[in-house]
Design a protein around this ligand. Structure first.
Ligand code: C2E
Ligand code: MG
Ligand code: MG
Ligand code: MG
Length: 283
């Protein structure tokens, strides 16, 4: 019986593997032509100053508008794009489009917004990443001090010396550096002094776990610790995934600088974001 069970499990496993391999291949094949067919879009989610309620900037979030599958979210294709190297040209498109959008917004009288762009490990480690970024800044004529690069701890920690060198080059041009999903990287805190970091984005898992009421709770305690640390290191702290008023009140009480999340706005397309920045938002 054990043998039968084993065989069944094996067959099930094989079938599951095949399905995943087929799906992966299908996504990869379609990804290869997506850039040429202009199927990528950027959506934007505002970051809000918790003291003033004003939008300080937006995060660019990649969407894939597939003609048959509809809107495909990053979870379904970013890892595959990284594995087959396509993330490099896709990431160049993302940075180029984000810069171009910033220039268009400035052109219609929306000058004070910044755009944050997510950079994957494969892009960051690519030898031409800095050169590509410079080319994009030059070609678009963007004010690069309004560009924020979002990197996760593990991306930075992979090669501390190389990361520090690269970040210093961006920093020298006025580009801002944010650590994304902060607190989930299992890395030592001492590296925070190795890198010129402007912004810490507290991962949404910590924000979600903030307990309502007066007691901070264990997870609230982590949020407070990150806010205090950011303050001492002169970094701005942004809470990700703010979904309800209790979380907002808690963050405001503890002087978190900015918030981002569904409570303020879901990610929206460029036209909707422009309306929000132009007049829809209180400031
Ligand atoms: P991330 O950079 O941490 O982005 C935040 C994610 O949380 C976004 O998911 C956003 O829609 C979602 N989010 C925002 N507010 C809330 C909230 O209140 N509650 C909840 N539950 N979620 C919220 P999205 O757009 O699906 O992106 C997922 C991840 O994909 C991003 O996480 C980022 O790591 C990656 N990604 C997105 N765009 C790009 C890109 O252009 N390049 C690269 N390399 N990665 C990207
Ligand atoms: Mg991000
Ligand atoms: Mg994040
Ligand atoms: Mg994330």
């Amino acid at each position: 019986h054990a043998k039968d069970l084993g065989r069944n499990n094996y067959q099930f496993f094989r079938q599951d593997m095949n399905t995943r391999a087929v799906e992966r291949q299908l996504v990869e094949t379609n990804l290869r032509r997506a850039l040429g067919r202009a199927e990528f879009r950027l959506h934007y989610q505002p970051k809000v100053d918790l003291q003033t309620g004003c939008i300080t900037g937006v995060e660019a979030l990649l969407r894939w508008e597939h003609p048959e599958w509809g809107l495909v979210m990053p979870e379904r294709f970013i890892t595959i794009a990284e594995e087959c190297g396509l993330i490099v040209p896709i990431g160049r498109w993302v940075l180029g489009e984000a810069c171009a959008q910033l220039v268009r917004w400035r052109g219609i009288g929306i000058p004070n917004v910044s755009v944050a762009v997510n950079i994957s490990a494969v892009e960051f480690r690519h030898r031409d990443f800095f050169t590509h970024a410079l080319e994009i800044f030059d070609a678009t004529g963007v004010d690069q001090t309004r560009i924020q690069l979002e990197l996760t701890e593990s991306v930075l920690m992979h090669d501390v010396a190389a990361s520090a060198l690269l970040l210093a080059k961006f920093k020298a041009m006025g580009v801002q550096i944010a650590v994304d999903d902060f607190g989930t990287g299992y890395s030592s805190l001492s590296y925070l002094n190795e890198f010129p970091i402007d912004v810490l984005k507290i991962d949404q898992s910590f924000v979600r776990a903030i307990e309502s009421g007066t007691g901070a709770g264990r997870n609230g305690a982590i949020v407070i610790a990150v806010i205090d640390m950011g303050k001492n290191l002169h970094q701005r702290v942004i809470a990700e995934g703010v979904e309800d008023e209790a979380q907002l009140a808690f963050l405001k009480n503890h002087n978190c600088n900015e918030g981002q999340g569904f409570l303020f706005s879901h990610p929206v397309n460029a036209v909707q974001m422009q309306a929000m920045l132009g007049n829809g938002w209180p400031c």
